[in-house]
Design a binder for this molecule. Structure first.
Ligand SMILES: [Zn+2]
Length: 487
């Protein structure tokens, strides 16, 4: 089942932005859906970002988006090829290095983390595609720039796919679209008109549709890939996902970074799995952790645990026989589903990890201690989740990628996000273009069992800046914005 997939990521920066513009716009227009990911300069105080009230959370993320910036943007355009078998997609991946033209906060820990993970600040300052935040300033609404590229993304009118996407969407709005509205209801109303083809959050889909043991990006991607290749190998009925990449020639070739994506099934490194990493895709020891952070190994371990539990349950059921069938229902739930509220999605809070480890809550400490007794705990992630309900909230959302060089992360993360979506859509048999209706316009909310709905309610108003943009984009009038809206 081992396979080597090499993903070409096109490196976009200021010196080739104009040259690549037509290719990017064409990729948007011809795609079936577009997956997106960002890397940010920081997020500020984590507690506020996870506030109990979603409205408060929105305010905190807005504050971050106004004071921080998007450092890079990954776009993966998935185009379904109708003349090919099953679900064959042609995929184009772009990684844009960006430079906010205004002052912004960059957190020291973010710099440290980014540098450790191969982010090139020299390149960013020398070659980042410049952009201004907030509302359009005159000429920005025309020409070839980041803001008009975002307009082309909207004009393409394709389903937008993100992994744990609320933060990305708030930053995108502030950085490339308009001043964020004060109210969450206004923001979601605007979003629903910006992306009428639907917004899909693969973290939500992973938890509530695919129901994997964990839902951090790399885990979900690798699990989808593994299940897909198993299904192909077993010649099972039903559609499978196949990918094709373009053959880049000429000057294009020099912009492409070929990113290998290996399935190394525990071929090297420690065999004992890090419990913390296994559950959250993150561990306080980072690359110094003596335990394994190998996602492939973790997935196989989880599968084995699941199977063991299933067998146990089967035996128990046999014993209990007919009478008590109802009682066992809950066991059908994925084994630690409820527990997955958050973690990973490291790109979001780049690097504040050392600082936070120092003030780690006792839960994290106990999780970390379990490193010393991995065999005992390895099958009991449920227990650990329960013991550490806040760990993932307190934990910086820094996904540790021990072995990865990590350049072009936004592009590659967008690619993985798109793959999860492609795989998730074949899991329900509602026809090829139905995507995942049950997941449409639902954004994952950390620590909440209900998603955030992206919709325009009868009570919510659109922001003025948004209505003006929409009129420009579609060259027509939309329903009137309310005069009392915050902008
Ligand atoms: Zn670890």
């Amino acid at each position: 089942m081992s396979s080597l997939l090499v993903v070409p990521v096109i490196d976009v920066q200021s010196n080739n932005f104009k040259e690549l513009w037509p290719a990017m716009v064409l990729a948007f227009k011809t795609s079936s859906f577009i997956a997106l990911d960002t890397e940010l300069s920081g997020l500020g105080a984590r507690k506020a970002l996870l506030a109990e009230s979603i409205e408060d959370r929105y305010k905190a993320i807005c504050h971050a988006a106004r004071t921080r910036s998007v450092l890079s943007l990954g776009l993966a355009c998935y185009k379904k090829l109708d003349d090919k078998v099953d679900r064959t997609y042609q995929v184009q991946v772009y990684n844009l290095t960006l430079l906010c033209a205004e002052e912004y906060v960059i957190e020291p820990q973010s710099v440290k983390f980014l540098v450790q993970h191969g982010f090139d600040f020299n390149k960013q300052y020398a070659q980042g595609v410049p952009y201004d935040k907030g509302n359009d300033k005159g000429g920005e609404a025309q020409g070839v720039n980041m803001r008009t590229l975002f307009v082309e993304l909207l004009r393409a009118n394709k389903p937008l796919v993100l992994h744990n996407g609320l933060i990305d969407l708030i930053f995108l709005y502030q950085c490339f679209y308009a001043q964020l509205p004060d109210k969450l209801g206004t923001f979601t109303a605007d979003l629903s008109q910006m992306f009428p083809a639907g917004i899909y959050d693969t973290k939500y889909a992973t938890e509530y549709e695919l129901r994997f043991t964990a839902s951090y990006l790399e885990y979900a991607y690798k699990k989808c890939k593994l299940d897909n290749s198993r299904s192909i190998a077993a010649a099972q009925d039903g559609p499978h996902v196949f990918l094709e990449f373009c053959n880049y020639t000429g000057s294009m070739q020099s912009y492409v970074d070929y990113r290998p994506c290996t399935d190394c099934h525990g071929c090297d490194g420690p065999l004992n799995i890090c419990v913390q990493f296994s559950a959250y895709g993150w561990c306080p020891s980072g690359s110094h952790c003596p335990m394994s952070h190998d996602t492939d190994l973790i997935i196989r371990q989880d599968e084995k645990c699941k199977e063991d539990k299933r067998q146990k349950r089967k035996r128990r059921k046999k014993k209990k026989a007919a009478k008590q069938e109802g009682e066992e229902e809950n066991d059908e739930m994925p084994l630690d589903k409820k527990a997955h509220m958050e973690n990973e999605d490291g790109k979001k809070i780049l690097g504040t990890f050392t600082a936070h480890v120092e003030e780690k809550p006792s839960d994290v400490a106990s999780a970390a201690e379990s490193h010393t007794e991995p065999r005992k705990n390895e099958c009991d992630s449920t227990q650990m989740h329960k013991a550490a309900p806040d760990a993932r909230d307190q934990a910086p959302k820094t996904s540790e990628r021990k072995a990865e060089g990590g350049t072009h992360r936004a592009g590659f993360d967008a690619f993985m996000t798109g793959y999860i979506f492609a795989f998730a859509t074949i899991q329900n048999d509602e026809g090829p273009e139905s995507w995942i209706p049950v997941c449409a316009n639902k954004l994952y909310l950390s620590g909440k069992s209900v998603p955030l709905h992206v919709a325009k309610s009868t009570f919510s108003k659109s922001s003025r800046a948004h209505v003006t943009k929409m009129e420009h984009i579609w060259r027509k009038r939309l329903p009137k914005a309310d005069g009392n809206s915050p902008l």
